[in-house]
Design a binder for this molecule. Structure first.
Ligand code: C5P
Length: 324
């Protein structure tokens, strides 16, 4: 709980994690599975505005567009949606984009929050991976505009990606970690989980459903933002889906409300609201640099502390509203 209280105040460090989580972190550091080699700068404590401007500059959306090898030779330019993800919020010409957006994390702490109505009142709602709404509407709402899915969702049959209704009639955004050098040939030959085959199959079966794969350079530039603003060495693994989703919505919306990312007073070790599985790593991170991500989001939160405590709600400005 003390890590959480410090998160509310905008400070935390790996030294506050339990010995088990610290050990897990160290193991991921020495494994360095994605061959991360950071040679960028480390910024001192820059202002919230400067941090936002860095996020805006580094967080320009980029998806696999089929114009680079090996995807170009494989004909991917014809498979990916013709309308870029950046224009998702601009439905018709002349219509402005999403004004208000909600990012709903899957944290167990959202149970009993009764935030469902508030969440559904946003223009667009982002959810993650296999998180359901059915049976949890009162706490998480039932509107879904975009779902971010990691490659395990596509690769593992247990998630029933092709049949489950939670992946239908919405925009899908998938991601998978490439090597840090963003070698697309290597990535295509050995993704973390094979998402490429299922992606093409799904595009052919549902050509009208907007479905994108984030470019691995987008994912690693977000990681760079976290490392460059952190004095400690962070885990050499991609940011969590949560961080990716928050920055994605900052690129698409004028204002973003993030729910139960910075834990509320309901904080618990319950990993997901829809599963009876308890592990503090889900909230504070082991594989992902989650604690450091949360410190950054806390630094750019413009909402009151009472929103954090009561609703686990952070309020963030969209990139289009900040002048850098
Ligand atoms: O577990 P999963 O990645 O599907 O959850 C979606 C996102 O919600 C995570 O990537 C993480 O950013 C956030 N989350 C959290 N605390 C939890 C569970 C999830 O902050 N207990």
């Amino acid at each position: 709980a003390s890590v959480v209280r410090r998160l509310w105040k905008g400070h935390a460090s790996a030294g506050m994690l339990s010995p088990r989580l610290q050990r897990a972190m160290k193991d991921y550091m020495s494994a360095n599975k994605h061959h991360v080699f950071y040679n960028g700068h480390r910024k001192g404590s820059q202002s919230a505005k400067a941090l936002l401007c860095q996020m805006k500059a580094e967080g320009q959306l980029k998806t696999v567009d089929g114009l680079e090898e090996p995807f170009s030779s494989l004909g991917w330019a014809d498979f990916v949606p013709s309308r870029p993800l950046e224009l998702l919020n601009k439905r018709q010409q002349g219509r402005s984009g999403f004004k208000s957006c909600a990012v709903v994390t899957s944290a167990g702490a959202i149970l009993h929050s009764r935030l469902g109505k508030e969440i559904d009142a946003h223009d667009a709602v982002l959810r993650f991976n296999a998180a359901p709404t059915e049976g949890y509407e009162h706490d998480v709402g039932n509107k879904t505009t975009i779902r971010i899915i990691n490659s395990q969702i596509l690769a593992n049959p247990k998630h029933e990606f092709n049949t489950s209704s939670i992946y239908k009639n919405i925009t899908l955004v998938a991601w998978d970690p490439a090597p840090y050098t963003v070698d697309l040939q290597k990535w295509y030959a050995s993704p973390d989980y094979n998402l490429f085959g299922p992606y093409i199959d799904h595009r052919k079966a549902h050509p009208d459903q907007p479905f994108y794969i984030l470019h691995p350079s987008y994912v690693w530039r977000l990681w760079d933002v976290i490392q460059s603003n952190t004095q400690e060495n962070i885990q050499p693994n991609p940011p969590s889906s949560g961080f990716i989703g928050i920055l994605l919505m900052m690129a698409l919306c004028e204002q973003v409300h993030v729910y139960e990312y910075i834990p509320s007073m309901r904080q618990s070790d319950l990993c997901h609201y829809h599963e009876r599985y308890y592990d503090a790593a889900c909230t504070l991170g082991a594989y992902h640099p989650l604690l450091y991500e949360k410190i950054l989001i806390q630094r750019i939160n413009t909402g009151p502390q009472s929103d954090l405590r009561r609703k686990g709600r952070a309020t963030l400005p969209g990139f289009s509203t900040i002048n850098c």
